[in-house]
Design a binder for this molecule. Structure first.
Ligand SMILES: [Zn+2]
Length: 129
């Protein structure tokens, strides 16, 4: 994935110039300026739209107030990549989900779901829901 980039509408608009299926990760920059993944997602049709709506939700960011209060919630950065198709995006989301969830750092509430109407099987754990 490319990034991290600031999770802001202007940045998403500038950086994610193309539409299409893809994957993204939302997270925070830690004090060492390392990207800490908090959520892994995908969009089967347009990863740009998904990131724009994530950026809108994150805005107004805890930003200055968050830094003053030392809050560690939400996301202020993202990474993304395009995928060949929805199925490829699903497979990649599964792999990143397991990779980061095993460290207990994700806010994802459940295992990634296969694309609508397509048979899906997680390449990591075999989950078929
Ligand atoms: Zn799985």
């Amino acid at each position: 994935m490319d990034g991290p980039f600031p999770l802001e509408v202007d940045e998403v608009t500038r950086i994610v110039s193309g539409s299409g299926p893809g994957n993204f990760a939302l997270g925070k920059m830690d004090k060492q300026k390392r990207f800490v993944v908090r959520f892994v997602g995908r969009d089967d049709k347009n990863v740009r739209d998904a990131l724009l709506s994530a950026a809108k939700k994150a805005d107004p960011t805890p930003g200055l107030i968050g830094r003053i209060l030392g809050k560690d919630e939400g996301a202020d950065a993202f990474k993304f990549s395009y995928a060949q198709d929805a199925q490829a995006a699903y497979g990649k989301q599964c792999r990143t989900y397991h990779q980061f969830n095993s460290k207990g750092q994700l806010e994802n509430k459940s295992h990634p779901k296969p694309p609508n109407g397509a048979p899906g099987k997680c390449p990591v754990c075999g989950e078929t829901q």
